[in-house]
Design a protein around this ligand. Structure first.
Ligand SMILES: [Zn+2]
Ligand SMILES: [Zn+2]
Length: 304
């Protein structure tokens, strides 16, 4: 099978738009799509310091390198934030790749650990018999630590590596839990809100498989293992089912993504979030209750 744009052999078949692409055309198209997402959603302003959350996996490495590539021309300063949850046999290798990439690109970075910031590594937290949902704890802790790391690095924006599959899964999970404020808050770029650093997702409309292929074709060093805790997660089941449906109906994930984009514009009009944010009594961060989720779960993790 040859590329639809030239005579070279195709390396990718994008079934949702039925095009076949060679290595160069696939790389060109993907780079273009990332830049279009950045431009269309007005992610950055000149002079922005952008903290990229880097785990060392394909998504975050592609995000870091894509933003670094445009940083000179756009007047951006790129810094890195890496979170060490403390997962033996998994995280050390990925952090090594993150650090190697930071050094190669000459990017300043910080590494924050659960041990210092939460009081315990994730492995230690998971030893507790009263805690079983690793991803719930880990997601809340990681989000806060990325925010803290970015603030400590003086960042104006946070960029994360969420791809189309991540977005489709989150939207689907939020729908089924009636978490409409969450859907309103997410999307390619979070709104400017006091007390939060805006977050952007340059890969939000690139399917996960294509991010992986892009990283390989570009020759990027990436950490390929999956987190050992993911096997128990609800998200994993959603992922597998969405993949099955996508296989039968190419474009299904884009459909979910686009429906949420449309819903967000409706939710913005009715201002679904009004008066829902207060300050956490313990840490002072925005929250909808008295105590924020981070402080609640941190207390659980460290209970006597
Ligand atoms: Zn071609
Ligand atoms: Zn708090």
């Amino acid at each position: 099978m040859n590329c639809d744009k030239c005579q070279n052999p195709a390396v990718a078949h994008l079934r949702y738009s039925d095009i076949r692409l060679c290595k160069n055309h696939f790389i060109g198209l993907t780079t273009d799509r990332i830049r279009k997402t950045i431009n269309k959603n007005k992610f950055f302003e000149r002079g922005d310091r952008v903290a990229v959350a880097v785990s060392g996996g394909k998504d975050s490495i592609v995000t870091l390198r894509a933003l670094h590539d445009i940083s000179n021309k756009r007047g951006l300063e790129i810094v890195g934030v890496t979170i060490d949850e403390g997962i033996v046999g998994y995280r050390p290798e990925s952090i090594e790749i993150a650090e190697k990439t930071y050094k190669e690109l000459g990017v300043d970075y910080t590494i924050l650990t659960y041990k210092d910031r939460v009081g315990k590594s994730l492995d230690k937290i998971m030893e507790r018999p009263d805690i079983s949902r690793a991803c719930e704890y880990c997601g809340v802790f990681r989000r806060r630590l990325i925010e803290d790391g970015a603030r400590e690095m003086g960042a104006d924006k946070i960029a994360t590596g969420h791809n189309l599959d991540d977005e489709a899964q989150s939207i689907f999970m939020n729908y089924t839990r009636s978490e409409f404020p969450r859907i309103a808050r997410s999307g390619p770029k979070t709104a400017n809100k006091e007390g939060f650093i805006p977050r952007v997702k340059p890969l939000c409309n690139i399917p996960e498989k294509e991010v992986g292929l892009y990283a390989i074709l570009k020759g990027y060093e990436i950490h390929e293992d999956e987190c050992p805790n993911v096997a128990n997660a609800f998200r994993l089941n959603i992922r597998d089912h969405l993949n099955l449906i996508e296989d039968k109906y190419p474009g299904f994930k884009f459909g979910i993504y686009n429906s949420a984009e449309n819903l967000r514009s409706i939710l913005a009009d009715i201002n679904i979030e009004k008066n829902t944010l207060k300050k956490c009594e313990k840490c002072g961060q925005n929250t909808s209750g008295k105590i924020c989720k981070f402080c609640e779960l941190k207390a659980n993790a460290n209970k006597e």
